[in-house]
Structure formats: C-alpha cells, structure tokens
Design a protein around this ligand. Structure first.
Ligand SMILES: O=C(O)CCC(=O)C(=O)O
Ligand SMILES: [Fe+2]
Length: 211
C-alpha cells in the first residue's frame, strides 16, 4: 500500500467525547478544535513533504547525569535566532521551509495571532509519546496561544486539570488543528500516551510565538 492511501480522513474516526468542533470552554482554559482543518489530499501531501524535508533529530534530555533519548524525533524551526529551551535542552531554530510557511499562513487567521516558531514531533510508532507537561516556558508569555497541527496516524491527546484531575481526550486526526489558549497552560497538562496498538507514523507541529 502506498503512503498516500495509508491515512484515513477524519470521517468515520472515533469522535472525541465531550469535544465540539470549534470553541470549547473548559474550567480555567479554552481550546478550539477542527478535526479536518486540512483536507485529506493536502494532508497526505504535507505528511509526505514534512517526513522527507524536515531535518528530524533524535534529541535527548539530561537526567541525573544520564542522557535519556526522547521517545520521538523532533525539529525546531523559526524566524528568530533566539535559542529555545525546554526539558533542559536548548534548540537553535532552523530556517522556515516553504511548507511550514504555507501551513502557518493557513492557521494564523484562525488562531488570530502571529507565530514565529514551530516545534515538530515525529511519532514513529505506538512506542513514541510525550509525557505530561505544560507549554508554559517564560519565552511564551503569560497566556500563550499554541496551535497544534496533525498529519498521519490519529493519536489520543489527553488533557488533565492539575487541581481537579478532570481529564479530556481528543483524537487528533489527519489534518486536524487544535488551538490551546487563555489560561490553559497554567491549569491543564497534556500528553500523548504510548499505545500498544500497531500504529503508523504521526507528525505534529506546534506553532508558538516567542517573545
Ligand atoms: O504531539 C502532540 O500532539 C503534542 C506535542 C506537544 O505537546 C509539544 O510538543 O509540546
Ligand atoms: Fe506540549
């Protein structure tokens, strides 16, 4: 089977309970979800091009003097020469590619903010993941707007309120857009858990504005 036919559209995918298309207001936060923001054909194209052209890296974090590889590949692109730090790691941005600029131009009018950088994640299998965290680095400002774009395999995105422990699950389908805003990063952690299902690759892009 060739890669272009490999990913389903979002039709017929499992719906995300509790989540509406468009604006979702939750306790201490707000997010917008569009399951098919990019259509199937353009999503297939973006997946292929990003898989091939992005310079994916195996980064690792330092823990107690040991280097622990992240369970996913990452890349960092941006229009500023400012290094970005997270999880004890400092990444120097690479220069925007045409595809990244094209995606940014599509999402900025919907997010209603400008983005000057994007962090990309490649989840190679169900064993790749990102664990509970917030995107609340100082460089992102007080209430950052973070726009997450998804191509490839559908993976479950979980949000957890740090006080009430309320959980929300969103199925991030091929071509979907999720925008987190307001106080969300102060009250809700998020993760992509590992899955024992056999799954194909997934590319996630989180667009951010660095001050
Ligand atoms: O892959 C995802 O949907 C989430 C990625 C993420 O949370 C991050 O890069 O900060
Ligand atoms: Fe995140």
């Amino acid at each position: 089977m060739d890669q272009l036919n490999m990913f389903g559209g979002s039709k017929g995918e499992m719906p995300s309970p509790k989540i509406h298309v468009g604006i979702n207001k939750v306790a201490n936060g707000e997010f917008c979800f569009f399951p098919s923001f990019f259509n199937k054909l353009e999503s297939d194209d973006f997946f292929q091009v990003l898989r091939k052209n992005i310079s994916w890296k195996q980064e690792s974090m330092n823990m107690y003097g040991k280097k622990i590889p992240f369970p996913r590949l990452t890349a960092w692109y941006g229009d500023q020469d400012k290094p970005y730090s997270f999880s004890g790691l400092t990444l120097k941005p690479q220069i925007w590619t045409n595809e990244l600029l094209e995606i940014r131009a599509r999402i900025e009018p919907v997010a209603n903010v400008r983005f000057n950088s994007v962090l990309l994640n490649l989840y190679r299998s169900g064993n790749d993941s990102i664990s509970w965290h917030t995107d609340a680095e100082k460089e992102l400002g007080i209430n950052p707007v973070i726009a997450s774009v998804n191509f490839g395999e559908t993976r479950t995105f979980q949000l957890r309120h740090i006080k009430t422990k309320e959980k929300i699950e969103i199925h991030l389908t091929h071509g979907s857009l999720l925008i987190m805003k307001g106080e969300t990063q102060h009250f809700w952690q998020h993760q992509i858990p590992k899955t024992s299902k056999v799954v194909r690759e997934r590319i996630n892009l989180t667009f951010r504005f660095l001050i």
